[in-house]
Ligand binder design. Structure first.
Ligand code: PLP
Length: 368
């Protein structure tokens, strides 16, 4: 059947991207972050591709970890948000999932456990993100309390998360690194600080484990570069087709609310993709789209099922021709900037209507 909106997942790119992480952090183990359905790429698909290449997985929720175990994955798996309910703790223990511990609420639950199984644990230290984690002055006391909990495996491990690592000039990251090192210097367990931005820009943050997320998907964690510029290869390319080519006279408006008016006669391409597929509703007029490999600007509003592009008066494009929304030859980082968002939200936002096509090869599957 002819495809309309579909995403090609280039699994081969992930091997290359893991290699880049290894080159940047040669002495660290790699925990691949595959939360949120592997950033929209498919949890089990991506876990399968990464399985022989990385040293462990990280997810956000207990349920994501359970899903990996049920599928048979044997790697270490860390649940970054930890648990809130006793039932979640039981699942962590039953499925041998490790956990980040960040709150007194969790310590209270752990204290009352008599379970013989043991929980692999990472004490999360808040070094400046101010989201999850124990404050600097609490760390020693938390360590003492957890040391007395039989249900918690020893030695305890430690992690922190950066707030501003994507800005390579922001000294906050250096301060976070220094504070974390100070607070954990006397403890034996494994340590982990770096996300993708840390791996690529903050040498001092490379400890026992790095937590690679966005870079594994071939995307830059920095606002001012693309994955390609960092020698990463995009894992996802999003495609669709032209479903109509229409003549528009000078002075006509296009789409809802008539936000765009043609300044001269032109040809308008209608593409079968919209916010119902996860294409960003806020993509501005001028956002680049590739039609048959040529850049053309988005014009008018993004609607649920369609967008419109200005093909130019002399275009020979026709219904059925291929359109690239992002991926190979059209960096998603550019689309994110044009949509006033970050690439993370674009890849996570692909909806179930978009057909997923796996490619084990490096070249695109598309033939128009
Ligand atoms: C999501 C997440 C990561 C990965 O971040 P990237 O920017 O995608 O590399 C690492 N650590 C924690 C705690 C996270 O929540």
């Amino acid at each position: 059947m002819t495809r309309t909106a579909y995403a090609v997942i280039h699994l081969k790119a992930i091997r290359h991207n893991v290699q880049q992480a290894r080159l940047a952090a040669p002495n660290s183990k790699i925990m691949a972050v595959i939360k949120a359905n592997a950033y929209g790429h498919g949890l089990l698909r991506v876990a399968q591709a990464l399985n022989p290449l990385v040293d462990g997985f990280a997810v956000a929720r207990v349920q994501e970890g359970v899903c990996l175990r049920k599928a048979g994955f044997k790697q270490r798996i860390v649940v970054l948000e930890g648990f809130t309910e006793l039932e979640e703790l039981q699942n962590l223990l039953n499925f041998d999932l490790e956990v980040s511990l960040h709150s007194p609420h969790q310590l209270e639950i752990l204290k009352h456990q008599t379970e013989s199984k043991q929980l692999g644990a990472w004490v999360k230290i808040d070094t400046g993100m101010n989201r999850l984690g124990f404050k600097a002055h609490e760390v020693n006391q938390v360590f003492e309390q957890l040391s007395a909990c039989n249900v918690v495996k020893k030695p305890l491990n430690f992690m922190t998360h950066f707030a501003n690592a994507d800005d390579v000039n922001d000294l906050k990251t250096s301060q976070q690194i220094e504070l974390f090192n100070q607070l954990t210097a006397n403890y034996k367990g494994e340590k982990s600080m770096a996300n993708s931005a840390g791996i690529l820009a903050w040498q001092d943050s490379l400890t026992d484990w790095v937590r690679a997320g966005i870079m594994l998907y071939g995307i830059s964690p920095f606002a001012d570069s693309t994955g390609g510029q960092l020698n990463l290869q995009p894992l996802m390319s999003l495609y669709s087709r032209l479903i109509a080519v229409r003549d528009v006279a000078a002075g006509e408006t296009v789409g809802y609310s008539g936000t765009w008016t043609s300044s001269s006669a032109t040809k308008l391409g209608v593409v079968a993709i919209g916010y119902g597929d996860g294409y960003p509703r806020y993509a501005q007029i001028g956002t680049p789209v590739l039609v048959n490999g040529e850049r053309v600007p988005l014009v008018g509003r993004v609607s649920m099922d369609m967008i419109t592009v200005d093909l130019g008066l002399n275009s020979t494009a026709k219904a059925g021709d291929s359109v690239t929304l992002w991926g190979e030859k059209l960096p998603i980082e550019e689309i994110a900037i044009c949509s006033n968002t970050i690439p993370y939200t674009l890849i996570c936002g692909i909806t179930p209507r978009v057909e997923i096509v796996e490619s084990k090869h490096s070249e695109a599957l598309f033939s128009s």
